[in-house]
Design a protein around this ligand. Sequence first.
Ligand code: PLP
Length: 435
Amino acid sequence: MQYYISTRDSTHRVSLSEAIAHGIAPDGGLYIPEEFPRFMAHDFEGLSELPEIGAHLLAPFAEGDPLAETLAEICREAFTFPAPLVPLERAPAPASVLELFHGPTSAFKDFGARFLAASLERIRRDADRKLTILVATSGDTGAAVAAAFHNRPWVEVVVLYPKGLVSQRQAHQLACWGGNVRTFAVRGTFDDCQRMVKEAFLDPSLAESHQLSSANSINVGRLLPQMVYYARAGLELWRATGRRPNFIIPTGNLGNALACIWARHIGLPIGEIVLATNANQTICDFLRTGAWNPRPSVATLASAMDVGNPSNMERLRSLHPQFEELQTQISASSVDDIEIRATIRRDAHELGQLWCPHTATAAKVFRRLLARGAKGHWVIVSTAHPAKFNDIVEAQAGREVPLPPALAELLARPRQEKELDASLDALRAELQASA
Ligand SMILES: *Cc1c(COP(=O)(O)O)cnc(C)c1O
């Protein structure tokens, strides 16, 4: 039986289904597997597609849980689009791009959101109350969650985003759903949206009228499936070259990168892991000094990475409690807005490659590593399609970004949203009007 324990209390043990249903441990800690399984590359012989690698890789993480029986089905339902490794042919050293933006909302968060939705659907099969998922979003999470839960009759999704503070196309993706998804443009900031969600969870009258849940990125149901594309990419390059590829990962809350660290920890062929952050320096400062100093986030062009207190660091520190050991596992490098713009412009011209502002941080770090003489095969992890941030990208690249079909389809739908004051009273009134 695989249990999940809290990062703050290893005696608090729950099953996988419970960890997914609760999201966060009652003591405020994050759920982590009590024991990690071990794999070798040859355990995956003959497997090359995401759903089959996922079912094999995640089986020990679901051992003894009711989800184990339908895990293969969940993986087929969640991984319906590819995560291709595309060679970066004009790069000055061996490199590939891991494209994680081929899902319905053109960012990597589709993988986690779809796996979470497929899992929760089975966990909640016999539940008698409808679930209401509240999501505060700074852009990509809300759309991925809305897409993943849209038209599932057992759940209602309420998306709160800061009006005017996401890109035009992001706003459209958040508001184009209708049905069981309600979208609110909050007259406030992302922090206001987050505060409203937290207050809603503590509100006695909402607790009575609604079964509230969240779908934020600390849920293990979003973290576990992200290991699968790292496993697939690592195996593909290992089989082709006999060497472990290195990964550069655009990082905000450390959810995507932690999945890569876990995948390497359990034995997949992954070499160095380098985090690329924007001007938010919390992780870089920590890795240099050992002092963990969370601070308010600063706004950057790579807005989905504007995180001043990356919550998944708690999971990484519980994996490597000794700071000196942790320091040997990852490194990090910070990229500011001037460098993001310059990298988008340079790589559009020199490599013929268009990056979203988040991916551009990893592309910049790749150049820095080469300048320092780094060897090996490097994988630049691309977290979103550049067309989602066309204003920023086109201004630097000097040409239009082609629209991927999934994004074009969403942009053709009408927007359905309401404005909302940044207060719990306003949110409560909306929720209870529909109850
Ligand atoms: C969420 C997001 C990130 C940051 O991922 P974390 O898991 O929070 O580190 C990077 N790029 C894009 C496009 C994102 O949406």
